[in-house]
Ligand binder design. Structure first.
Ligand code: PHE
Ligand code: FE
Length: 296
């Protein structure tokens, strides 16, 4: 059953689209996009694609091309879904914005990826505090064509459903895992470190900062370490975790997490900027420009 709050639609005001909590799955109102909306997509698409040459993991751009994503117009979910259906079997569904946690997990577990249907306003090109269509489509959707990553996303959703039932206090640990992989992950390749996290690839500033800045730590991925580590929601990350491959993610998260959750419950969280003796350090950050408070 829906509550009144969940029935309210997303509304366009002079502050842009105001986020309203709803769990409804809708049709992407493609005909309703304005010329400005398409232009915003186009500007962001071109800008990020240029910036991401030699920065994003190669499957990222390759898969955007397999999807036929271009700067011409906002893609139609129905077109993208045809490609997805024939490859990894995922399906995009249009939503108003962030979903309640359990609903989100259930969609992922069923290989449905919720995509925010509306796009930011032109004055929000550089920063937006919540996901919009550009972040979701440009950032998340390409890797859903990668078979291993696609399986990881489903396993994550199923793991979330399970955690909500048996260890709800561990959801914070799962959220950290998502944050430091799906949103802000780096991958080590023969050509050097590359970006695969959607939160990075959809941000001009962080696409540069995450790879080039001397300020943040870059540390080898370790499941338990990541699940203990607090993160930033209002600044660039203090630490990025580096995977060797998508297989590594899949293998590290394959075991039953029940004993891990019990262990994590007794462990103190690690501040976002800490480097531990046990870390594999790619780079120890200078910490320049860091704010002392605000880790979540
Ligand atoms: N293997 C985890 C469990 O048993 C589920 C999971 C998979 C969690 C992938 C996160 C990522 O709970
Ligand atoms: Fe995201």
């Amino acid at each position: 059953m829906q509550t009144a709050a969940q029935r309210v639609e997303h509304q366009l005001t002079d502050k842009g689209y105001v986020p309203v909590y709803t769990t409804r799955v809708i049709e992407q109102p493609w005909d309703g996009y304005s010329a400005t909306d398409h232009q915003t997509w186009s500007t962001l698409f071109q800008r990020q694609r240029e910036l991401l040459v030699g920065r994003a993991a190669k499957e990222f751009v390759e898969n955007q091309e397999r999807f036929g994503m271009s700067a011409d117009a906002i893609p139609k979910f129905s077109d993208l879904n045809r490609v997805l259906k024939d490859s990894t079997g995922w399906e995009l569904i249009a939503v108003e914005g962030l979903l309640p946690e359990l609903t989100f997990f259930e969609h992922l577990a069923a290989r449905r990826f919720p995509v925010t249907w509306w796009i930011r306003k032109p004055e929000q090109l550089d920063y937006l505090s919540e996901p919009d269509l550009f972040h979701d489509l440009f950032g998340h959707v390409p890797l859903l064509l990668n078979p291993v990553f696609a399986d990881y996303m489903q396993a994550y959703g199923a793991g979330g459903v399970k955690a909500a039932a048996i260890a709800p206090e561990a959801l914070v640990n799962l959220t950290r895992l998502y944050w430091y992989t799906v949103e802000f992950g780096l991958i080590n390749t023969p050509e050097g470190l590359r970006i695969y996290g959607a939160g990075i690839v959809s941000s001009k500033g962080e696409s540069i900062y995450s790879l080039d800045s001397a300020a943040p730590n870059r540390i080898g991925f370790d499941l338990e370490r990541v699940m203990c580590t607090r993160y930033r929601i209002d600044t660039y990350q203090k630490t990025y975790f580096v995977i060797d491959s998508y297989e590594q993610l899949m293998e590290a998260t394959r075991p039953d997490f029940t004993p891990l959750y019990a262990r994590l419950a007794d462990q103190a969280s690690v501040p976002a900027g800490s480097v531990l003796d046990s870390d594999t350090v790619f780079q120890r950050g200078s910490g320049e420009g860091w704010l002392n408070d605000g880790d979540v």
